[in-house]
Design a protein around this ligand. Structure first.
Ligand SMILES: [Zn+2]
Ligand SMILES: [Zn+2]
Length: 443
C-alpha cells in the first residue's frame, strides 16, 4: 500500500473555496505521516533486543580496517535474508545493499563504518574484546573504541525495519557498510574514498546520503551541525635540508635546526595571517620535529611532521599551497631547502544546509525538539565527507553517555575506556529510518 502525502505547500489554503477540502486532506496526510512515524517507533522498539545482540557480537569480534571479514559476512547474510540486493567485496570488505521500494527513485544512501582500532579494551563488560593483533611486531588489543560496532548494528536494524515496509517506500534505499574509516593499513587504499572510486555513489545514484556517529554526549538525544560539521584532515611532512658542520662554526654549513624552528613558527601565520578566518577555522599543528645527534654537531637535516585541519570547504589545495610556499621560502632565506609532502587527505564533512534543515525538522517531530540539539563544528574528521561530496549529505551525532555519568568526563572515542550506552541503539534505528522514509516521500 502506498501512502499519499501532498507537497507541504498544498497545506497552505490559497483559495477560500478550497479551504475545507485542503484542511481535510492535510488532516488525512498528517494522520498517514503520524501512522508511519509511530510504526517506525514501534518497530525500532521491537527490534531493540536484536540490535543490542548484534552490537555485542560485533563488539566482541572487532576487526581492523580492510580486515572486516567476519563483520561483512554477518551484514551480507542479514541483508540477503531480508531479500535485499547485496554486493560484497566493495573496497576490499565493504558491503552494499539495495532495497527497492515501490518506485525506483528517489534514492537515499545510509552509511555505517565497520572498522575497529588497535586499542586494548579496559571496559569491564561480559562482551569486552579480547582480540589482539601485531603492530610493528608488538601485540596490541583490537577494540571498537570509536563505536563503529554500534553503527553497524543500527544500520542492520534499519535495513530490517525498512525491508518490512518496502511496499510503502516510494524509492530506493542504499545501505553502505564501509571498511577502514580510521584509515587503511599502510600501503593499502580503503575507506569511503575507495568505495566512491569503485562506484558506490552511482548505479543507482543517491539523491542524498546520511549517516551517524556515536559521541560522548548524553544518551537519548541526537546532535547536529549545519554546513561544515567536521574538519578536513591532511598530514604533512617537511624535510629541511642544510649542510652539516661543527657546532662551534655554524658559518661553515647551513643550520637546518634554526631554519626548521623558523618554519614551525612561520606555519602558524598560515591560519592567523594568510587565510580568511571568518570563512572557517584552520589549525596547523606540528606534532613531531626530529634532527641532530649531539650538542656540537649541526646536522644536515630536520624532519617536521604535522597535521592541518580546516572547516573551510574546498580550501585544502589553497592551504597546501600556502604551507608549501611558507616553508620553502623561510628555509630558502636561511640557505636551507624545505621539501614538503602531504598525505591522507579527508575533505570537510559538509552538511548540506537545505537538507539539514529538513532532516532536523523531521527528527524534532519524531524524537521531540528537546532531543535534537545543535552543536558547534568539530575539528575531528570523517571520511563520510567523500560520500557527501557526491550527493547532499547529513551526518549527525548520537549520544551514548549514560544518564548517571557526566559527558564532560566520560571517556572519549578512541579511549580504551570508551563505553556506549545501549539505549542509544534504538534511537539510532528510529532516527535513520525516519529520515530515510521521510526523504523518499518528500523528495
Ligand atoms: Zn575514530
Ligand atoms: Zn569513528
Amino acid at each position: 500500500m502506498k501512502i499519499w502525502l501532498p507537497k507541504p505547500s498544498a497545506c497552505l489554503p490559497s483559495l477560500k473555496g478550497l479551504a475545507l477540502l485542503l484542511a481535510a486532506s492535510c488532516a488525512i496526510s498528517s494522520q498517514a505521516a503520524s501512522d508511519i512515524n509511530s510504526k517506525i517507533k514501534q518497530q525500532s522498539l521491537a527490534l531493540e533486543q536484536q540490535v543490542i545482540a548484534w552490537r555485542r557480537d560485533i563488539h566482541q569480534h572487532p576487526e581492523l580496517g580492510n580486515r572486516e571479514f567476519r563483520t561483512a559476512k554477518l551484514v551480507a547474510e542479514h541483508l540477503e535474508k531480508l531479500g535485499i540486493e547485496v554486493q560484497t567485496g566493495v573496497a576490499h570488505t565493504g558491503v552494499v545493499g539495495i532495497l527497492r521500494g515501490n518506485q525506483a527513485s528517489p534514492v537515499i544512501a545510509i552509511r555505517a563504518d565497520m572498522d575497529a582500532l588497535p586499542v586494548s579494551e579496559q571496559v569491564d563488560l561480559p562482551f569486552a574484546s579480547k582480540v589482539t593483533t601485531l603492530m610493528d611486531g608488538e601485540k596490541v588489543g583490537v577494540m571498537h573504541a570509536c563505536g563503529h560496532d554500534n553503527h553497524v548494528a543500527i544500520l542492520m536494524g534499519v535495513a530490517e525495519l525498512l525491508a518490512s515496509m518496502r511496499d510503502q517506500l516510494p524509492g530506493t534505499v542504499k545501505f553502505i557498510f564501509q571498511p577502514a574509516e580510521e584509515g587503511p593499513p599502510p600501503g593499502e587504499q580503503g575507506g569511503a574514498e575507495l568505495m566512491v572510486k569503485q562506484g558506490v555513489m552511482s548505479k543507482p545514484t543517491p539523491d542524498a546520503v546520511i549517516g551517524l556517529h556515536v559521541m560522548p554526549f548524553p544518551v537519548g538525544s541526537v546532535y547536529y551541525t549545519k554546513g561544515s560539521a567536521m574538519a578536513s584532515q591532511d598530514d604533512f611532512s617537511i624535510t629541511v635540508k642544510g649542510k652539516q658542520t661543527h657546532g662551534a662554526m655554524p658559518w661553515g654549513g647551513v643550520d637546518p635546526i634554526v631554519a626548521a624552528s623558523q618554519v614551525v613558527l612561520g606555519l602558524q601565520t598560515v591560519p592567523s595571517r594568510q587565510l580568511n578566518i571568518t570563512a572557517g577555522p584552520t589549525i596547523v599543528t606540528v606534532g613531531k620535529i626530529a634532527g641532530g645527534v649531539r650538542s656540537n654537531i649541526i646536522p644536515d637535516k630536520v624532519e617536521i611532521v604535522g597535521t592541518v585541519r580546516t572547516l573551510m570547504p574546498d580550501a585544502q589545495e589553497e592551504i597546501h599551497h600556502k604551507i608549501r610556499h611558507t616553508a620553502e621560502h623561510i628555509a630558502a632565506a636561511t640557505g636551507a631547502k624545505a621539501e614538503v609532502e602531504f598525505q591522507n587527505g579527508y575533505p570537510v564533512t559538509y552538511n548540506n544546509p537545505e537538507l539539514t534543515d529538513k532532516m532536523v525538522a523531521k527528527l524534532q517531530q519524531q524524537l521531540g525538539s528537546d532531543r535534537v540539539k545543535a552543536i558547534p563544528a568539530s575539528m575531528g574528521s570523517e571520511d563520510f565527507s567523500y560520500l557527501a561530496q557526491k550527493a547532499p549529505g547529513f551526518f549527525f551525532m548520537l549520544g551514548i553517555v549514560p544518564a548517571d555519568q557526566d559527558p564532560v568526563t566520560a571517556a572519549k572515542n578512541h579511549s580504551p575506556y570508551f563505553y556506549a550506552d545501549e539505549a542509544a541503539l534504538q534511537v539510532g534505528v528510529e532516527a535513520l529510518s525516519t529520515l530515510a522514509v521521510d526523504f523518499l516521500k518528500k523528495h
